[in-house]
Design a protein around this ligand. Sequence first.
Ligand SMILES: Cc1cc2nc3c(=O)[nH]c(=O)nc-3n(C[C@H](O)[C@H](O)[C@H](O)COP(=O)(O)OP(=O)(O)OC[C@H]3O[C@@H](n4cnc5c(N)ncnc54)[C@H](O)[C@@H]3O)c2cc1C
Length: 386
Amino acid sequence: MKQHVQHLVIGAGAAGSAAAHALARRGQDVLLLEQFQIGHGRGSSFGPSRIFRLAYEEPDYAGLAQAALTSWRALESESGERLYWRTGGLDLGPAGTPSLEAVHASLSALDAAPERLSRRELARRYPQWQVPPDWEAVYSPEAGIVSPQITLRVLTDLARQHGARVLEGVATLEIEPGQQPAVRTSAGVVTCDHLIVAAGAWLPRLVPGLQPSLSVTLAASSFYRPDDLAAFQPERFPVFITHDDEFQAYGFPAFGVPGVKIGVDVVRPVTSGDDRTFEVPPQVSEASDTFMRRYLPGASAVMERQTCLITRAPGGDFILALHPDCPQITLASPCSGHGFKFTPLLGELLAAHALGERHPWHLPRFALPPQAMRQTAEQQPLPGGL
Ligand SMILES: Cc1cc2nc3c(=O)[nH]c(=O)nc-3n(C[C@H](O)[C@H](O)[C@H](O)COP(=O)(O)OP(=O)(O)OC[C@H]3O[C@@H](n4cnc5c(N)ncnc54)[C@H](O)[C@@H]3O)c2cc1C
């Protein structure tokens, strides 16, 4: 394979698939390369569910989430498939917890009609929960579920329909910046007018100048079989996040699997795309099981556990920026553990970037962090030598 394309996108996770779709939809010539298969389980975008929510303390992200909802609706219309399931959301914790108050304030500022639920009201509406006497909840009507499994299939199918080529099992080995960036792949060399590198946990390896700015950690999810599956269906059991010193947990109703899925943040081992294991740290399994027995005792039989990679930029922000030495390359790291909810909007943003346009949601905070790419010229050039 030796060829030239207008737009080359590396990585068919959420970011790369959305970018390829957005560019192809605009009539551009696009090649999307994925080292594994679409929907594989080694990166960040797989599995049945991710939380969609508007509640962010940062007004930038709250606004971005509102704009993303419009993009999800547009993608639903284009594909004819359902991509966002509104379940409502519960933020739970001891009354007066600052982060819980912040959720209420941020939803109120968006006119998103949050409701405060006393413990008693929580027990009446959602008897699945058994929380301590001093807890309360904030209910947010717009929260819900978006699905990596379904979204990636839809985005790559649509990208193909719009004329993009999507190649699976083709790894990018080296990138050489230039007027026409060149990429050496396991199937030959490709040159392009613009390159988007959306390689998730592998981005620090492909672009070593980003190593000081990105940390890759292993996160785990556990699935539990409820005694009464009907009580944990999406229409009866909202997505949730807990605000508690002991357990920072989040979870989902039985969606796409016959069980409740939760993640509990206790430890996140540092790793990399290549060196990661698939072992769930025992502290995480223990904390998840304790959480379920204590707060959701009707769903405490373990079904399965999974690991997933989180690539975090400083401050939990995203990186969506031109390469400082090569404006023909866009670097995309929109994960930080919360990026999936923005997927179709991020695609539009990345497409605008590649086309030299200014998108209204291209926030200044998506710029490269100050420590990034400093060593590019001297010690750590992008791998070259094509
Ligand atoms: C446990 C967990 C829970 C999360 N929960 C939420 C949530 O509730 N809500 C939310 O909004 N977000 C959530 N997120 C974040 C969200 O999943 C990520 O923001 C999103 O999946 C990141 O997608 P990505 O495209 O950046 O990375 P990836 O999905 O990892 O995609 C990168 C792709 O690039 C490919 N690639 C890498 N290197 C090469 C190469 N050299 N050649 C070719 N291909 C290559 C990889 O194989 C991969 O497919 C969660 C993440 C995790 C891990």
